[in-house]
Design a binder for this molecule. Structure first.
Ligand code: ASP
Ligand code: MG
Length: 418
C-alpha cells in the first residue's frame, strides 16, 4: 500500500491534472491512496475570501467569482460530460460555499477561516477524482475529515493520533485494498464536527498521517523539482539533488526552512520506518530523493536560508543572571505567544533568540517581556543553516554579510545575518 501526495502546483490547471492522470495510470495495480492539495494558488485566494466574509466586506463576491471561474476553466478543460452526477456534485459544492457567504459569520475568525479555506481541497479532490474516473483511472473519492480527527485548535489542528489511526486502519484500509482512493490534504475534523485545517502547506503532513494509519509501505510526494536539493536552486545556482537523506537530516532541513517538505511530515513516517520519496511530476522517470533510516547520505554541504526572521535580544534590567529562573520566565512567554524559536543563545545577562517574524506575536511578546527585561528587536534578518559545512563554502556564502550571531556544532553551523 502506497500514499501519493500531489500538491497545488501539480494540479494547477487542466494540463497539470492530465499529467497526474498519466502518472497514476502506471500505478493502477498498486493499492493507492492519493492525497491532493488545492489547485494552484487557490488557498491564498480562499484566505482573502475568508477575511472579506468575516469583515462583511462586499469584496467577497468578487473574490468568490474569481475562485469559481478559475475552477470552471480547469473543469472545462477536463470534464466532458456536463450531465453527470459527478459534475452536478461539483457544481453543488460551489453553490454550498456561495450560500455560506450569505450567512452571518457566527464564530471566531480562525473557525470561519477553516470552514472556508478547506473548500480548496474539496474542489480539487472532487475534480481530480471525477476526471480520473472519466479517463479510466478508477477511484473512489473520500472525505479526509471522516478519518483525521483533531482538537478544535483552528488553523493548526492537533491530531488525535489514537482515534485517527484506529479509524484509518479499520475503515479506510479495507477500501484502499479494493480500490484507488482520492482524498484531501490539509484538513481534519474536531469532535464537534467542525472542519479544522492542519496549518498552511499541511498536505504533506496529511499524507504522513494517512500512511501511519494505513501502515503504508511508502509515501511519495510529487513536486515540481527533481527531489530534495542541497540548497534552494533559486538562491544557490550550484544546488545539486540529494539522492538519499536520513530522517533526522530531513527533519532539520524542513525545520530550518527548506520548503520542499513540511516539517511535521517526517516524525510519523520515522516512527513506523516508512520511507518517503520526493519525486518530480515533471520528470516521473527520475529517481528523486529517498528519505529513510538507512539512506546513503553524501557528505556535501546543505544550505538553508530562512528569511523574514527576527532577532530578539533580551537582557535583565537588574543585571541578574540569565539562568534557570529567568530562562523559564522567558520561555513561558514564548510558549504563551506560540512563537517557535529557531535558534537561541545565552550569555551571563542576556539571551538572544531568532524566530519567524510574526509581527503581532513579536509585538505582544515584546510587551510581555519588557516588564522585566530590556528587549531589542532586530527585524529583516535571515537565518542561514549549513549542515556538513566546509570553510570554502562558508567563506563565499558570508561575503559581504554582517553576522549578528553564530552557533556551531560539529555537523551544523547557523548564522543570523543582516
Ligand atoms: N492548500 C494548502 C496550502 O496551500 C495545503 C497544502 O497545499 O499543503 O497551504
Ligand atoms: Mg500548496
Amino acid at each position: 500500500m502506497k500514499v501519493f501526495k500531489f500538491g497545488g502546483a501539480s494540479v494547477k490547471n487542466a494540463e497539470a491534472v492530465k499529467n497526474v492522470a498519466g502518472i497514476l495510470r502506471n500505478f493502477q495495480k498498486e493499492d493507492l491512496l492519493i492525497v491532493v492539495s488545492a489547485m494552484g494558488k487557490t488557498t491564498n485566494a480562499l484566505e482573502l475570501l475568508a477575511q472579506a466574509y468575516f469583515k462583511k466586506d462586499k469584496a467577497k463576491h468578487k473574490i468568490y467569482k474569481e475562485i469559481k471561474s478559475f475552477h470552471d476553466e480547469v473543469i472545462s478543460g477536463l470534464l466532458k460530460n456536463k450531465n453527470s452526477h459527478a459534475y452536478n456534485d461539483i457544481e453543488n459544492l460551489f453553490i454550498e460555499l456561495e450560500c455560506l457567504l450569505e450567512t452571518k459569520p457566527e464564530s471566531s475568525f480562525d473557525c470561519v477561516y477553516d470552514q472556508i479555506v478547506s473548500y480548496g481541497e474539496i474542489f480539487s479532490s472532487r475534480i481530480v477524482s471525477t476526471y480520473l474516473n472519466e479517463s479510466n483511472v478508477r477511484n473512489r473519492w473520500m472525505d479526509a475529515q471522516n478519518f483525521i480527527s483533531t482538537d478544535a485548535n483552528f488553523r493548526e489542528g492537533k491530531v488525535d493520533w489514537e482515534l485517527t489511526t484506529e479509524i484509518i486502519s479499520k475503515k479506510l484500509k479495507p477500501i484502499v485494498k479494493k480500490q484507488m482512493v482520492v482524498t484531501q490534504g490539509f484538513v481534519g475534523r474536531s469532535a464537534d464536527l467542525k472542519t479544522v485545517t492542519l496549518g498552511r502547506e499541511g498536505s504533506d503532513y496529511s499524507a504522513a498521517i494517512f500512511a501511519y494509519g494505513l501502515g503504508a509501505d511508502s509515501v511519495t510526494i510529487w513536486k515540481d523539482v527533481d527531489g530534495v536539493m542541497n540548497a534552494d536552486p533559486k538562491k544557490f545556482p550550484d544546488a545539486v539533488k540529494l539522492d538519499g537523506l536520513s530522517y533526522s537530516h530531513a527533519i532539520e532541513l524542513a525545520y530550518y526552512g527548506a520548503t520542499v517538505i513540511h516539517p511535521k511530515t517526517i516524525q510519523p513516517l520515522q516512527s513506523k520506518n516508512i520511507p518517503l520519496y520526493v519525486r518530480s511530476f515533471l520528470n516521473p522517470k527520475g529517481k528523486g530523493t529517498t528519505v529513510a533510516n538507512n539512506s546513503k547520505e553524501k557528505n556535501i554541504p546543505t544550505f538553508i536560508a530562512k528569511s523574514n526572521q527576527v532577532l530578539l535580544s533580551i537582557s535583565s534590567k537588574d543585571f541578574s543572571f540569565i539562568i534557570e529562573d529567568n530562562l523559564s520566565k522567558i520561555f513561558s512567554v514564548f510558549a504563551h505567544q506560540k512563537l517557535p524559536i529557531n535558534l537561541m543563545q545565552n550569555s551571563a545577562i542576556s539571551f538572544s533568540v531568532c524566530a519567524d517574524n510574526h509581527e503581532n506575536k513579536v509585538a505582544a511578546l515584546k510587551k510581555d517581556l519588557s516588564k522585566d527585561y530590556n528587549v531589542k528587536v532586530n527585524t529583516g534578518v535571515e537565518l542561514l543553516t549549513v549542515m556538513h559545512y566546509d570553510d570554502a563554502s562558508l567563506n563565499s556564502l558570508l561575503k559581504g554579510k554582517e553576522i549578528l550571531l553564530e552557533q556551531r556544532t560539529r555537523a551544523t553551523v547557523q548564522f543570523v545575518l543582516k
